[in-house]
Ligand binder design. Sequence first.
Ligand code: SF4
Length: 399
Amino acid sequence: MDKMNSLTRRQLLIYGSAFIGSAFISPCLSRGLSQEFLNNTKGNNTIKGNVFLNDGPLKLWKWSKKAYYFKKLKNKKIMCTTCPNTCVLGPGDRGICRSKININGIAYTIAYGNPCSVNIDPVEKKPLFHYMPGSKIFSIAAAGCNFRCLNCQNWEISQKNPEDLKFYDLFPEDILKQAVLSKSAAIAYTYSEPTTFYEYMADTAAYAKSKGLGNLWISNGYINQKPLENLCNLINGANVNLKSFSNEIYKKLNGGRLKPVLKTFKTLYRKKVHFEITNLVIPGYTDDEKMMKKMCTWILDFLGPDHPLHFLRFFPKYKLKRIPPTPVSLITRFRKIALDMGIRYVYVGNIPNHEGNNTFCHSCGKLLIKRHGYNIVKIEIKNSKCSFCDSKIPGVWNS
Ligand code: SF4
């Protein structure tokens, strides 16, 4: 999933002409399999986020808002129903995601208008390869996450309290103003887990939509159905990270469950939202070929062949520093298998100069989009069709 690259306040003010791209992560040398690796992958260790008892701020601040999805329980307890964690919070407690609290029997978000990361990214970085190629996307995140991924790329913001990262003061109207000034094609809710700053995202997205700007949701897909249904009416595209196709691995690697994520994909499909799927291939966790084939079969059965699938190369990070990077040959093989199985658009990520960074027509096989890093070198799609054979190419294309 896309990695943050924060702007300073000053940069934010002068970004008008700036286009913040990021270099690919530098390749690391394989360090061999460590004891940490063996313990994590072979054992039955599961990770689970816990609610933080008596940890919430005592008072609301200007970046608080009553939560949109919660139930009142006895003794001033509440159950947050935004995501499948369904945290039960007593007064003074804080949810697993660190951004919802209970004050006097009411649930509040404390991540409303205080993004910790604000950037202008190329849409390719999300990654979204079938959504207005070459567009600039105004990208925001607030602190917090409902997962505890061992390989988190953005743990400096996802595993922090919103009150510890007070970098910006941007309410929905301010976000829209900045997005328009920067000539961005859409606003992306990204980097950490946007479901955990749901109220901020939904209000910003509704406002942006009313003014004609697009909204993109870059997520782990761990969200309950009601908030998701509402969100589907506001967004124009999504990239959802399908972290593995095993509930056991979700429990060991991410602190979540597979089923709710699959439900998310089905809802996005039913609501006709353009979405792409990301799958990070981590040695020892998610590199099992059988599991990958099962995942592709499920995608074909329930979502069809037209939703782009991105296999990303893993690099050592956070709590998985001693696991070697994914061999490029494995990602290449996974891509070929998925294409052979019938998924029409399969890409690679974090591997520069690989043909899997480009788009080929599913019908005539000609090169439609040539990418160099995040730059578009050539594009052969006109009126949403292949310039060579006139086949319709799935996606949202620049007119
Ligand atoms: S959004 Fe946060 S508080 Fe609400 S259920 Fe999910 S993790 Fe818990």
